[in-house]
Design a protein. Structure first.
Lengths: 178, 652
């Protein structure tokens, strides 16, 4: 029995689609969403939260890997991840810089005094200009920057130890070498 | 204990689904009545166990059992009870369980109401539904078990995604899934027909009410999603052409084409293989949507947590189900002959155009949705296809579709347009065009070509739908459910068109920064920010604004937009303040605190936007009335012969 071509067309079209899906499963379309990853970290030099006369800048840790954590006192997720940040700071593997975003200086200082300070230094960004450069669209967000100044990783939302172990720790150089 | 029972009943449901498939298909092949009866019993058993499993998961949520991983991930102790229940389907695992429950309900209904069908055919339908069920239950049990324990138990859970903590979105998935999954019945009917290699008109008559029921659920589900996006996402848009929206819209388009093509197959015995292909396509697109949303091959704001293992499983399942059905189609469909002819202006040819335009829109939307994937896979770069493309490829087939719709309803089967109808339609068309021009100029003060066409088409479709009723009443003809349903649904299409044209042509959006006491003007409405206050909800803190809207010095309303921060963290959520009116919506959404007491606000004037959803409800209502037409409850007799006879004697 001969089958007219037009009845086979749907099956062929579908087979082609499946082929694309197989390839598509191996690709990660999400890469497009973090244009910063693999790019040089945007530079900034801002007032320090604790001391308006001194500056905190993106080059403070050049030559070693560092973390940038975007936070604010109005952000409930930041309150939630604070314990995790303190735990990460206690590991002492990588210095953490805080970017205090659209916040009040007094409130932010009180927050750190009360809850503990995981940051080596905190940059004060009341208008959110630096945050825009970094593509921040909600706090908290955490970035890992390599020793050569490129952005290695970005996590949007509350940091947890699970995320830290899974997405960040493998990217850090083994302890002792860094 | 209860979660383990839920897991256990899910395994039992899988075993029963296997029994349902094996005994039904095997029994039909061997003509063994006992096996076929066993297959039917398995349907009931499967439904009971899936329902028990669903109840167990719901119980875990209501009891706040944070020792269950899925419960701990998707709810917390502060979450109100209503949303704890809705959280059952708030993420991947539970929504699959909802899928399975929905399939079990449809299978049960199809089994219970198919008693008058030929026994082997009925068993094949049940067997194919069993095969689909196996796939989903296996998927859940192997990669996405909702009952997995969390050791040690969490003291409190995370939260249900705050975006989903909303009434419309809580009921959106069950209705949407009833629609998606409902196409499985039409799919099973089509596959059973292909297996038997013969198609009679009774087949089309049997498939029609099932397809209508599924399609009306999908219509309501999509409308709810669109309404939710409008007031919750804070942008005031009602459709974004997001991959996930497209994933629900494509089966809807295929289903719409299917219910029209089924009419031709039932009444005239034509388009047989095409109708079968559409039945396969509608369900295939439902499955494809499931794959796209859960596999991570496309980016979407709605995407579920993705996992390659899940993607591979669904892709395998998809290939087996759709590939199998399409191969069956290639093998058996050529044997189905359609023998009758019809005239150019007959209803058949209008329905053929309907199908051509709907499928064209469907194909172009599918292409746009998958285009980023094609480009990425061929290493031609990462791109995204935006609304301008989709709007264009949707608009181009829709304009002629709407124009022809008004005529097609009045055309007779086989013979074409009668002269009485022709004069009537010319009058309606002329009136629609004049009213559209005058109304556009009078109400909105300007005449634009596309707006005029949109309003004219809307009035034309509404007018010609009503004319059917008027003509029937005048001729003292009865109005059966099928005709009434058609009129209401098509009237709804006109109403939606009116809304879409109005809002797309005359909407005004303004982003402003206001301090308390300041005002902004949008379309002769004054929006004055009069107060800001903190509000405490059950599980969130919010800033709420009072925005007093006045027009020509007269206060119209006070809007209360909120910016919510859920205690569980995450991004702030926008709750728009909306004043609903027959002619327009007034919309205010709070943006960001800009410091020094200033807030960014998005103010909008949305003319006629309500009619988009009102039309969708009418479409669904029409589908419901048509699905309950009396003739579907009669035992099968040849509709084709009756139509032939009517066409010959000149009676309609």
């Amino acid at each position: 029995m001969k089958i007219p071509v037009r009845f086979v067309v749907p099956a062929i079209v579908f087979a082609a689609l499946v082929g694309f899906f197989i390839v598509g499963l191996r690709l990660n379309p999400g890469e497009i969403q973090s244009p910063l990853i693999g790019k040089p970290a945007p530079a900034f030099s801002l007032e320090s939260l604790g001391d308006p006369s001194s500056k905190v800048s993106s080059t403070d840790f050049s030559g070693q890997a560092w973390l940038l954590n975007v936070w604010a006192t109005w952000c409930a997720g930041c309150r939630q991840e604070h314990e995790t940040l303190l735990a990460i700071a206690r590991e002492n593997r990588v210095p953490m810089l805080g970017l205090n975003w659209r916040d009040d200086r007094a409130l932010a200082s009180r927050w750190l005094a009360q809850l503990g300070n995981p940051y080596v230094s905190v940059a004060f960004d009341p208008e959110g200009r630096t945050a825009i450069d970094w593509g921040v669209y909600g706090a908290p967000e955490t970035f890992l920057i390599a020793a050569d100044g490129t952005v290695l990783q970005k996590h949007i939302g509350t940091m947890s130890l699970a995320v830290w172990e899974r997405d960040f720790v493998p990217l850090l150089a083994p302890a002792g070498e860094g | 204990m209860i979660p383990e029972l839920g897991h256990f009943t899910l395994i039992l449901a899988l075993l029963l689904a296997i029994a349902q498939a094996v005994f039904s298909l095997g029994g039909a092949a061997r003509r063994h009545a006992g096996w076929m009866a066993a297959g039917r019993s398995a349907v009931v058993g499967q439904f009971v166990f899936v329902a028990l499993s669903f109840a167990a998961l719901t119980y875990a949520f209501v009891q706040r059992d944070f020792s269950v991983l899925y419960v701990a991930t998707n709810s917390n102790s502060e979450l109100p009870t209503f949303y704890r229940v809705a959280a059952v389907w708030g993420a991947h695992e539970g929504s699959l369980l909802l899928w399975s429950l929905s399939l079990a309900i449809w299978s049960l209904a199809a089994t219970a109401l198919s008693g008058s069908l030929d026994l082997p055919f009925r068993s094949r339908v049940i067997g194919i539904l069993g095969l689909i069920s196996i796939g989903f239950l296996l998927f859940m049990l192997t990669t996405s078990n909702p009952f997995e324990r969390l050791v040690p138990a969490a003291s409190d859970g995370n939260d249900l995604n705050p975006l989903l903590q909303d009434f419309a979105l809580a009921i959106h998935p069950p209705i949407l899934y009833m629609g998606y999954v409902g196409f499985a019945v039409a799919f099973a009917f089509a596959c059973a027909t292909l297996l038997e290699g013969r198609l009679d008109a009774a087949w089309a008559r049997w498939t029609r009410p099932w397809t209508l029921a599924a399609w009306l659920c999908l219509t309501i589900g999509i409308a709810l999603g669109s309404w939710w996006a409008y007031y919750e996402l804070g942008w005031g848009g009602w459709w974004f052409w997001d991959p996930v929206e497209n994933a629900s819209f494509m089966p809807w388009l295929a289903g719409t084409a299917l219910i029209h093509s089924l009419a031709v197959t039932e009444k005239r015995g034509l388009f047989k293989s095409w109708t079968l292909l559409l039945a396969v396509t509608a369900f295939s697109l439902s499955l494809l949507g499931t794959f796209l949303v859960r596999s991570g091959v496309l980016i979407s704001v709605h995407a579920f947590a993705t996992d390659p293992a899940r993607g591979i499983f669904i892709l395998g399942f998809l290939t087996a189900v759709i590939g199998g059905a399409l191969l069956l189609y290639a093998w058996r469909a050529p044997q189905l002959k359609s023998s009758a002819g019809f005239e150019v202006t007959s209803r058949e040819s209008f329905l053929l155009f309907n199908n051509a335009f709907l499928v064209a829109a469907l194909g172009l939307i599918l292409l746009g949705t998958l285009y980023p994937l094609f480009m990425d896979a061929l290493e031609l770069g990462k791109i995204s296809v935006g609304p301008p493309y989709f709007e264009l490829v949707f608009l181009v087939p829709m304009l002629p579709l709407l124009a022809l719709l008004g005529v097609g309803m009045h055309a007779a089967w086989k013979r074409g347009l009668l002269s009485g109808a022709r004069n009537r339609l010319l009058a309606i068309g002329g009136t629609a065009l004049v009213v559209s021009l005058v109304a556009g100029a009078a109400v909105y003060g300007e005449i634009r070509p596309l707006t005029t066409i949109g309003f004219a088409l809307a009035l034309w479709v509404m007018g010609s739908s009503l004319a059917i009723l008027v003509a029937r009443l005048r001729a003292r003809l009865p109005i059966p459910g099928a005709v009434l349903g058609m009129v209401i649904a098509h009237f709804g299409v006109g109403v939606s068109t009116l809304g879409i044209t109005g809002v797309q042509s005359f909407k005004i959006e303004k982003d402003v920064a206001l301090a308390v006491g300041e005002a902004a003007t949008v379309a002769d409405y004054d929006f004055r920010l009069t107060a800001l206050r903190d509000v405490k909800g059950p599980n969130f803190l919010a800033v709420e604004a009072d925005v007093v809207v006045s027009r020509a010095g007269q206060q119209v309303t006070i809007l209360h937009p909120q910016k919510r921060l859920y205690n569980s963290g995450g991004n702030p959520m926008t709750e728009a303040g909306i004043e609903v009116g027959a002619g327009r919506d007034l919309f205010a959404a709070l943006g960001d605190d800009l410091g020094q007491g200033r807030w960014s606000l998005r103010l909008q004037y949305k003319p006629l936007i309500r009619y988009i959803w009102l039309g969708a409800l009418l479409i669904a209502l029409g589908g419901g009335i048509a699905a309950f037409d009396r003739r579907y409850r009669r035992r099968a007799e040849s509709t084709v012969a009756a139509t032939e006879a009517a066409a010959t004697t000149g009676r309609r």
